[in-house]
Design a protein around this ligand. Structure first.
Ligand code: G1P
Length: 904
C-alpha cells in the first residue's frame, strides 16, 4: 500500500479527509456566512477556535494560535461507571479523522475503549442568519448497550475583542445569562468602552435540540458548570454528573457565561446512534434568536441548510476552474480561489493568525483582493473601484482603511500619522485589469472626490484648523466639494511620487512600502523596488490614456489647474537629475498650491502632451535606476548581478556585500528589489536571467525549494530600516518564504516571457503548501512558510488573489485587453494531461468560457504557436499578436462558449 497522503480528496475533488491533520491542535479552517456582516468562525480538529461577527461582537472568547490548544465547542458523554469521553479529548491510537469541504467541517473521534464514536459537523448557513450550527452524532460502536448522559458546552463571551484582557472581569459584571427552554441566553447590560459606554443591543445564545426529546436543563455560568475544581477541559457538572438546576437571577447576574446543555440520559444499543443540533448565535433579541433556532433545530432542516451551504460555496470555488495535468493541483487551486472571497468577508483579521485583530482591510490589501474579485465576482467590483478612489488625498497619499460603507475611510486604524509609499501604485494596476477585462474605459472619466483630513504634505504638516465638521472631502476655495475624474486621481498618485525623492533620486520609503516591516527609515530611506513599479506605471498610464483617446475619440482631458505644476514638461521644467529641485517642486510649489484647499479651477490639456510627460518621467527613472542600482557580487569565480531594492535611514545602500559580523561578510539581497525591477520592465531582457540566477543562488532554499524574501542580514535588529529585522530570520518579513512576493515574482517572470522560471516559482509554493507534514495547513496558500516549512497566517493573504490572477491571465494566458479576449498560454509540458489537454473555465464578457488548449505533442511554452481557434465548434479568425498570442474581438463572444485552441 502506498503511504497515506496528508490529505485525500473526496470524490467531489474539493472536500478532503485527513487523519494526520486530526492530530494537530493548531491547524484551523474558516467557517462563515456570505458577507462581512455575517458570522466568522475559526475551527480546529478539536473544535477549538472562536465565533464572532466583528471586533465588538465576539460570541466566544477571541482565539489566537496558541488558544487553539484549549477547548471551545465541547460535547461530553458521561458513561455510568466508566467515565467521560468528549469531542476535544483525544482518543487512543490514530482513531480520529477530520474532513472539510466548502464550507463545512467534520470531525470523527472514535473512543474505542468506551465503545463510542462522536462526529461533529459544523457550518454557518448561507441564508443570512448570524449563527454557527453544529450537529453531533453519537454512535455505539461496541457490542453492548451503553447507558450515557450527553452534555454540549460552548463558553460564551459576548463582548469586544479588547476585553479578552482589558476590563475582562468588569465586563463580565455586565452579563445577564439566562437559562431558557432551548439552552442559554446571554444578554449584556452595556457595551463597555471608557471613551463612551453604550447601551448593549442584542443577545448571544447557545441552544440545542435532540432528534428524540428536548433538553433536560442547562448550566449558564462557569461557576455552576466548571465548579471550583474544573474547567471546560473537566467540568465538574459533567464529571460528577450533576443535575442541572434552574438558578436564581442573583446566581446568574454578573457571571462569566457558558452555554452548557444537558440532554436526556440515553441507552444506545450496538450500532445505534443519536444526533443533537447545537446552535451558537447572536440576534437582536430573544424572540429573534428563537426564530433563527427554529429554522435549523431538526436534523432535516440542518441537513438541508448544509446542502444549500455546500452549493453556494462550491459555486464560488467553481467561478474559475483550472484543469491542468495534475488533479491534486486543480483541487488545491479551488481552495486558493476561495481565499480572496474569504478575505472580502474576514478582512485581514478574525482567524487565529492575524497581523492585527481589529478587522477591516488596509488600502493595499483591498486593491490586491480586487484583482481576483474582478475575475471571480466581476459584477461586484465597479462601484467599489470608484468608491475606493475617494480615499486618495491631493498629496498623492491616501486613507489607509476603507470602511464597509461607501464613502467611509479611516486615516489610520491606530490613529498614527504615517504613509506607506507603495499605496499609490496599486490602484492603477487594478483599474487597468478591470478595464482590460471589461472594456469599460468610461470608468476613468467617472468623477470622484478627494480625501481630506488634518494630514498634509505626506505627513510633514498637520492642519490644526481641520475639524470633523469640515468633513473628509476636499473643498475648493469656494468651499465646494471638489470632484475630479478617476484618471485625474491616478495622475495625482503618480506625479506626486515622481518628485518625492531622497538623496539618491529614488522615491522616499516614507513609513514603509509593500513590506510593512521596513518601517524605520522615514528620514533617509528610499525604495528602489517601488520606484521601478511607479515608473512602469507612468509608462502604462501613458499608453492607457492614448488608447482611451482613440476609443473615446477624445484629445483633451480636464484636470485641476495646479496639476500643471507637476506636469513640468508642459511648463517650467525641472532638472530630473537634481533631487533637491524635484522635492522643491513638490513640497514648495505643488503642496503650497493645493493645500489647505484647491482653487477648483480646471484646465484642458492635450492627452498626447500629458502622455508624453508621463513617458519622459517613466523613462528617466528606468535609465537612472539601470545606471545607479545594479549590484555585482563575486562568489568564487562567478559574478552575480541584480538590483538594489532599498536605502536605509542613514542613506546607506541595503543590498550587496555587507560587513555583518566582525571579520565576516554576508550577502544582502531582497526578493522585492528584483520582483518590481522585472515586473515594471526596468530590468532588461538581458538582466532578467542574471537576476534569476542570483535569486537561485542566494534566496532559493536548497532543502525546501522555496524562495526567501531576503538573505540573512545577520543582524540582531536593523533600527535604520525596520522592525522586520528584529523578527527571527526565516519568519514573516525577515527572510520567510513570503507567498505574496513569491507569487508576484512568478507573475513578473511570466509577464516577461520567462515561463519555465515562473513555473518553478509557483510550483515551489504549491509543493511547500501541500507538504502537510511540514506545512501543517489545510489546502490553500498561506501568507508565508517559516524556515521549518510551516504555513503561517493561512487563508487571509493577498497572495491568493495574485495566484488566481497569475494562473488565469499568465499561465493559461486568458485575459482581456481593452475588452477583447487575449489567449496567450505559457503552459509548460507537465501542465497538460496525457492527451495534451489543459483547460480553464472562467467568466469573460458576462459569459462562461471554457478555454481548452490542445497540445498533442506536449510542446513547451515558447515552442508552440496557436494554430487554430474554434468557438463552439466554429472556426474563428483572430489577430495574432505573437506566435502564441491571439486576440479575439469581444463581439465574437455572444454566449457561453467552449473555445478550442490548437497548439502546435
Ligand atoms: C501582509 C499584508 C500586506 C503586506 C505584507 C508584507 O501580506 O496583508 O499588506 O504587504 O504582509 O508586509 P498578506 O497577508 O496579504 O500576504
Amino acid at each position: 500500500m502506498p503511504p497515506e497522503k496528508f490529505f485525500n480528496y473526496l470524490p467531489d475533488r474539493v472536500s478532503f479527509s485527513s487523519k494526520a491533520a486530526a492530530k494537530i491542535k493548531t491547524i484551523y479552517a474558516p467557517l462563515c456566512g456570505t458577507d462581512a456582516l455575517s458570522i466568522k468562525s475559526a475551527i480546529s480538529p478539536f473544535l477549538s477556535g472562536d465565533i464572532k461577527i466583528d471586533k465588538l461582537h465576539y460570541l466566544t472568547k477571541p482565539a489566537s494560535r496558541e488558544d487553539l490548544r484549549q477547548p471551545l465547542r465541547e460535547f461530553f458523554i458521561f458513561i455510568k461507571g466508566k467515565g467521560v469521553v468528549s469531542l476535544f479529548q483525544e482518543a487512543s491510537g490514530n482513531a480520529s479523522c477530520v474532513e472539510m469541504g466548502p464550507l463545512w467541517h467534520k470531525v470523527t473521534r472514535r473512543h474505542k475503549a468506551a465503545g463510542l464514536e462522536l462526529t461533529a459537523v459544523n457550518f454557518v448557513p448561507v441564508s443570512g442568519e448570524t449563527v454557527e450550527l453544529m450537529k453531533v452524532t453519537v454512535k455505539n460502536i461496541s457490542k453492548k448497550n451503553i447507558l450515557c448522559v450527553p452534555t454540549a458546552a460552548i463558553a460564551l463571551f459576548g463582548r469586544a475583542l479588547s476585553n479578552k484582557h482589558d476590563h475582562e472581569h468588569v465586563t463580565a459584571l455586565l452579563n445577564r445569562p439566562r437559562q431558557v427552554a432551548d439552552g442559554v441566553l446571554l444578554e449584556t447590560t452595556m457595551a463597555f468602552n471608557e471613551e463612551g459606554h453604550k447601551e448593549a443591543h442584542g443577545v448571544y445564545y447557545v441552544y440545542g435540540a435532540q432528534d428524540k426529546g428536548a433538553l433536560t436543563g442547562s448550566f449558564a455560568t462557569v461557576d455552576s458548570f466548571y465548579g471550583d475544581t474544573g474547567s471546560l477541559l473537566r467540568p465538574q457538572a459533567v464529571f460528577e454528573n450533576y443535575q442541572p438546576v434552574k438558578l436564581e437571577n442573583d446566581a446568574l447576574n454578573g457571571k462569566e457565561a457558558v452555554g452548557a446543555l444537558r440532554f436526556k440520559e440515553m441507552t444506545l444499543k450496538p450500532n445505534e446512534s443519536r444526533s443533537f443540533i447545537i446552535a451558537a448565535g447572536t440576534d437582536a433579541d430573544q424572540a429573534q434568536s428563537l426564530k433563527t433556532f427554529n429554522r435549523f433545530k431538526t436534523i432535516k432542516n440542518f441537513d438541508q441548510a448544509l446542502v444549500a451551504n455546500q452549493k453556494f460555496w462550491s459555486a464560488k470555488m467553481a467561478s474559475i476552474e483550472f484543469n491542468s495535468g495534475n488533479a491534486d493541483f486543480n483541487s488545491w487551486m479551488k481552495w486558493v480561489t476561495l481565499q480572496p472571497v474569504l478575505r472580502r468577508i474576514y478582512g485581514c483579521s478574525f482567524l487565529p493568525d492575524h497581523d492585527y485583530g481589529k478587522g477591516g482591510r488596509g488600502w493595499r490589501d483591498i486593491w490586491q483582493d480586487l484583482l481576483s474579485l474582478i475575475l471571480i465576482e466581476p459584477h461586484l467590483v465597479r462601484a467599489d473601484l470608484i468608491n475606493n478612489c475617494a480615499g486618495i488625498r491631493v498629496d498623492g497619499s491616501n486613507a489607509t482603511i476603507i470602511g464597509s460603507r461607501p464613502g467611509e475611510f479611516v486615516a489610520d486604524r491606530n490613529a498614527i500619522t504615517r504613509i506607506w509609499m507603495d499605496h499609490g501604485a496599486w490602484p492603477l494596476l487594478t483599474l487597468k485589469l478591470y478595464i482590460d477585462q471589461s472594456g469599460d474605459v468610461d470608468i476613468l472619466l467617472e468623477k470622484q472626490t478627494y480625501f481630506r483630513d488634518p494630514q498634509l504634505s505626506r505627513t510633514y504638516y498637520k492642519d490644526l484648523n481641520w475639524t470633523p465638521q469640515y468633513g473628509h472631502r476636499l473643498l475648493d476655495k469656494k468651499a465646494k466639494i471638489y470632484e475630479g475624474t478617476i484618471l485625474e486621481h491616478l495622475l495625482v498618485q503618480h506625479l506626486t511620487q515622481f518628485f518625492n525623492v531622497g538623496k539618491h533620486n529614488v522615491m522616499r520609503l516614507e513609513n514603509a512600502d509593500w513590506n510593512d516591516g521596513l518601517d524605520m527609515a522615514f528620514g533617509q530611506g528610499e525604495s528602489v523596488a517601488f520606484t521601478s513599479f511607479y515608473a512602469g506605471n507612468l509608462l502604462a498610464l501613458a499608453d492607457l490614456m492614448e488608447e482611451v483617446a482613440v476609443i473615446k475619440r477624445l484629445d483633451k482631458i480636464q484636470v485641476f489647474k495646479e496639476l500643471l505644476i507637476l506636469l513640468d514638461t508642459l511648463g517650467p521644467r525641472v532638472n530630473y537629475e537634481d533631487h533637491k529641485a524635484k522635492r522643491a517642486r513638490l513640497f514648495e510649489k505643488y503642496f503650497q498650491a493645493v493645500q489647505p484647499v484647491i482653487s477648483g479651477e480646471k484646465v484642458e490639456l492635450s492627452i498626447q502632451q500629458v502622455a508624453a510627460d508621463l513617458r519622459a518621467k517613466g523613462q528617466w527613472i528606468f535609465k537612472h535606476l539601470r545606471r545607479q542600482e545594479k549590484i555585482q557580487v563575486k562568489k568564487g569565480t562567478k559574478t552575480f548581478s541584480w538590483f538594489n531594492g532599498y536605502y536605509d535611514n542613514k542613506g546607506h545602500r541595503v543590498e550587496g556585500k555587507a560587513a555583518t559580523f566582525p571579520g565576516k561578510e554576508a550577502v544582502r539581497m531582497t526578493l522585492t528589489g528584483q520582483v518590481f525591477a522585472i515586473m515594471s520592465g526596468m530590468a532588461t531582457v538581458e538582466d532578467v536571467p542574471r537576476i534569476v540566477d542570483s535569486v537561485n543562488e542566494f534566496l532559493k532554499d536548497k532543502d525546501l525549494g522555496g524562495y526567501r524574501l531576503n538573505t540573512d542580514f545577520g543582524l540582531r535588529h536593523y533600527l535604520d530600516l525596520g522592525r522586520a529585522f528584529g523578527f527571527a530570520y526565516g519568519t514573516k518579513e525577515n527572510g520567510a518564504f513570503f507567498s505574496h512576493m513569491n507569487v508576484m515574482y512568478g507573475a513578473a517572470l511570466y509577464q516577461r516571457g520567462f515561463a519555465a522560471a515562473g513555473h518553478q516559482v509557483l510550483q515551489s509554493i504549491y509543493r511547500m503548501a501541500v507538504d502537510g507534514e511540514r506545512s501543517k495547513i489545510y489546502p490553500g496558500i498561506p501568507e508565508y512558510f517559516d524556515s521549518e516549512g510551516r504555513g503561517m497566517y493561512h487563508y487571509l493573504t493577498g497572495s491568493a488573489s495574485w495566484l488566481v490572477l497569475t494562473q488565469l491571465t499568465q499561465v493559461f494566458g486568458v485575459r482581456g485587453w481593452l475588452g477583447d479576449l487575449i489567449l496567450a498560454p505559457q503552459l509548460t509540458p507537465q501542465e497538460f494531461d496525457q492527451q495534451g489537454l489543459a483547460s480553464v473555465s472562467c467568466q469573460f464578457a458576462g459569459k462562461r468560457l471554457k478555454v481548452e488548449y490542445h497540445n498533442p505533442r506536449r510542446l513547451d511554452a515558447g515552442s508552440y504557436v496557436i494554430k487554430s481557434i474554434n468557438i463552439n465548434a466554429k472556426l474563428v479568425t483572430f489577430q495574432s499578436l505573437a506566435p502564441a498570442q491571439a486576440r479575439i474581438r469581444r463581439s465574437s463572444i455572444t454566449k457561453d462558449a467552449v473555445i478550442k485552441v490548437i497548439l502546435g
